[in-house]
Design a protein around this ligand. Structure first.
Ligand SMILES: C[S@@+](CC[C@H](N)C(=O)[O-])C[C@H]1O[C@@H](n2cnc3c(N)ncnc32)[C@H](O)[C@@H]1O
Length: 418
């Protein structure tokens, strides 16, 4: 076996997962939560009971493939999820997880994503590629192969390492390579653990609170500190990579984190950001925040037309990762919600109706039905007043990736009378 990246993932499949735990919990996250990706790539209009084809490129031990396959199976459509990866060891774990869940909609393919057109040709409605492209000798080549496999109207969810959030890591990787670059991995793991213990408190890796994966297990330590090949991206570098493949960002996750105003409240200073375009704002925000160890993005060809919007009474709010009643309780007191991103709390002011609306969000009820329920108790609550609060609420919660919107498939926008 000559490819050092493949050898690493055969010996240490990533991430560490125990198929027996499938009985207890489904690992869910971003990208790939179905309502979130519908919001970010399909304007909230995708009907998942219709055929939906997914590729998980570099699927590892199966987190994304299992999450997507489980959700799609629950929607009852004719879906297929293709898991593709170099590592047979990772495949064995991913297959055992699928078996534990009796999932029959995953096809497992072992091989190099660069050979996708031969191994598992597209088109795909959705491609997940998380934590993979930055390990390729030529990430742009890998991304181009994936982009070519997208169906018209399809999109991708990507995760790439963030440059500034990984401060201190690459010099330490270099030291470990100098000390024992050629030694077998178990020996290098022991060496790394010893060196970590010995690091003075001034060391940048030790001072970086965002990097902690190595504490979980050997596979995570190898992935972080002893990787055969990895690089990180600033926002500008990430955007240039996407440009090269003809792709644009529909949404950074979480959007608020990529907005400089989230960090700088002084109006005079914040005013300086006004002249920046969205790309510049995201690049500035990354530097200001300093805590982005990864970038999670949804991308597509015609990125400008992909996001869901609040269109009227038929728009359905969804809280993919939260319970509406609980959020309502939290929001009631100060009419705000505080979200924490990698140790940094950000408080979102909410409109007056926020608690009442949040308490009624169950993923099935439309804004029209929520308005009708509230208007029963308060006959002066016109659609116009309600909609103004919905606009403010959706802006705040979508910014924190707490809310996603769904719109009826093929519907056009409508606005009822006041
Ligand atoms: C860090 S793991 C990420 C696994 C998974 N995507 C996740 O987020 O949990 C990287 C995975 O990419 C796979 N990989 C790396 N280069 C690849 C390539 N050229 N083709 C296919 N898979 C690759 C590795 O074998 C490994 O399983």
């Amino acid at each position: 076996m000559t490819d050092p990246v493949r050898a690493q993932y055969e010996a240490y499949p990533y991430p560490t997962r125990d198929p027996r735990k499938e009985a207890r919990r489904l690992v869910v996250g971003s990208p790939g939560q179905l309502d979130e990706l519908n919001h970010c790539l399909f304007a909230g209009r995708r009907d998942f009971t219709a055929p939906f084809r997914v590729l998980v490129a570099g699927g590892g031990t199966g987190d994304a493939a299992i999450m997507l396959a489980q959700q799609l199976a629950e929607r009852g459509g004719d879906s297929e999820v293709v898991w593709l990866d170099l590592s047979e060891a990772a495949r064995a774990i991913a297959e055992a997880r699928a078996e534990a869940r009796a999932l029959t909609n995953i096809r497992f393919v072992t091989g190099d994503l660069l050979a996708l057109p031969d191994l598992a040709p597209g088109p795909y409605d959705y491609i997940d590629c998380c934590g993979v492209l930055h390990h390729l000798a030529e990430p742009a080549q890998g991304l181009a192969v994936l982009a070519a496999a997208l169906a018209a109207g399809g999109g991708m969810g990507l995760m790439l390492y963030g440059r500034y959030g990984r401060t201190g890591l690459y010099p330490l990787q270099g030291v470990l390579r100098t000390l024992a670059g050629e030694a077998p991995l178990p020996e290098r793991i022991t060496l790394a653990r010893g060196l970590l213990e010995a690091l003075p408190r001034t060391n940048w890796f030790r001072r970086n609170p965002f990097l902690g994966d190595h504490k979980r297990s050997d596979a995570e330590l190898v992935d972080l500190l002893l990787h055969a090949r990895d690089r990180a991206y600033s926002v500008s570098e990430l955007l240039a990579l996407l440009d090269g493949a003809g792709l644009g960002v529909t949404r950074f996750l979480e959007p608020l984190r990529y907005e400089p105003r989230s960090y700088v409240k002084d109006p005079k200073l914040a005013g300086r950001f006004e002249s920046l375009d969205q790309r510049e704002r995201a690049a500035v925000a990354e530097v200001l925040a300093g805590n982005m160890k990864t970038h999670v993005v949804y991308v597509a060809r015609d990125a400008g037309e992909r996001l869901a919007r609040f269109e009227g009474p038929d728009t359905r709010p969804i809280l993919p990762f939260h319970d509406g009643r609980q959020l309502a309780e939290t929001a009631r007191d100060k009419l705000s919600l505080t979200v924490e991103f990698e140790g940094l709390p950000i408080t979102l002011p909410l409109p007056r109706l926020a608690p009442a609306i949040l308490a009624r969000i169950d993923g099935r009820t439309t804004f029209g039905a929520i308005h009708a329920a509230l208007a029963q108790a308060d006959s002066r609550l016109t659609w116009g007043r309600f909609a103004a609060d919905v606009e403010a609420l959706t802006e705040a919660l979508i910014g924190a990736n707490v809310m996603a919107l769904a719109n009826p498939p093929g519907a056009t926008e409508e606005t009822p009378g006041p």
